[in-house]
Design a protein around this ligand. Sequence first.
Ligand code: ADP
Length: 493
Amino acid sequence: MRRFFLGQFLALLTSLATLAVHLLLGPLFSHSVYLFCLPALALCAALGGFPSAMSAAVILAAGGFIADGSADIPAAERTGRVLLFLLYGVAVAFAGGWLQRTLGAWRLRLAGLEEREAILRAGLDAVPDAGIVIDEDGVVVAFSHAAQLLFGWPAAEICGLGVETLMPPAHAQAHERYVHRYVQTGERRVMGSSRQVAGLRRDGTEFPMELRIGEVRIGSRRYFTGVVRDLSTMREAERRSDELHAQLTQIWSLNSMGEMASVLAHELNQPLSSVANYLRAARTLIANLELEEDDLLDAVSRASDQAIRAGEIIRTMRDLATRGGAEQKPESLSAILAEIEFIVGLMVRDAGARVLYDLYQGPDIVLADRIQIQQLVVNLVRNAIDAVAKFPDREIKISTRADADDKLVTIVEDSGPGVDSAVMGRVFQPLASTKPTGMGLGLSICRAIVENHGGRIWVQPSPLGGAAFCFVLARTGVNGDDASGRTDRLRRR
Ligand code: ADP
């Protein structure tokens, strides 16, 4: 509506200006007033469209008719002129209207194109992978935000340069051959598939990347789109995962110790049942007092031999599991715990439990065999998980604190039932177990590990309701590893 009134205002203004100019300059021209008005009419049509041109035509026709009257032109000719001018006016108004509509449509189309480009660009920029568009000659025409971050080139600088700028020379040549062959033969070697190649950053460093190439045709022009995924972080993650896997295998060796234990249980069965048999025989001998003293001594000493053998089997296992603590060095206790946070998290989550950390904030360097301490904590956590399994509220807490002697105490506690009175007092001894399939070796190995470190392990009631297994390690003043910042994350909890 505003546009319409603006058009009308323009028509009125142009007409009045034209008529005024004609009144002033008209006598200088021998031509009809209408000829003078034609450009004004065309102007109104071009700028204001149909309504503006029609209004101007009517005003100018009236002005022309009056001007012709004052020039003593005969009435019939005056009427003919004004009608002809009006006819011309209608034609120009239609032409103006058409021009306006066409222009409007083009403007809309242009705005639509700009909007679509903005949306596409925003979409391209939102994708975490780097997006690059090149033309048939290999010239970069679009470069997404992620691509700018990955390659270190601002879009404004790379657009217009050849795509080989983004590849090490050897790859650039191969790429050029691929694209050339595809353009020539249409043979799809790389189109649509993904390949692992090397990328070249602006600073000259190379990195592994995965490249997927697509094709877009716009009219007769052909463009190629490249989606690039940086594989360096993935490779790093793979390397870290392999490392972690190796570590886990070691940590879980307690588990395999468990498996070994069941094999050895078979071995232990034999000396233990011999012990039982010899003792039973000794008892019978004592009861009947039929045989000579030598027989009795023989039975008892055989029983004792077998018991010693059983003990040796267990000791060998323990030694195997604890490796004598040969690799003790200064380590941050929280860093040791941070490294097994992931595996502890997995175990606890699988059991539907929750783990809380409350770690000592001060210096926490201890002289330790990292893997052994991790085995120890994982074992205590596994026992805690077993303990809370039958309870709806499954809470496990891992904490460290400095004790009165300035040593570091690590506590693994749970909301389970606490230690069964049947094994209380001997939980750290081999074969003390209340579990149907338990070997009763875990805690005795834990004790051996702690003692290897010159520490002490004990159990006490936990404020969470269950058992709190505590072990103490001496601090050293030497700096240890910090496990690349993970320590602080775990400590802040
Ligand atoms: P196992 O787990 O094979 O029984 P362990 O030496 O690890 O061997 O544990 C010995 C026993 O100590 C267990 O059978 C259990 O009765 C008790 N125990 C260990 N940890 C806990 C705990 N967190 N809560 C209650 N009892 C526990």
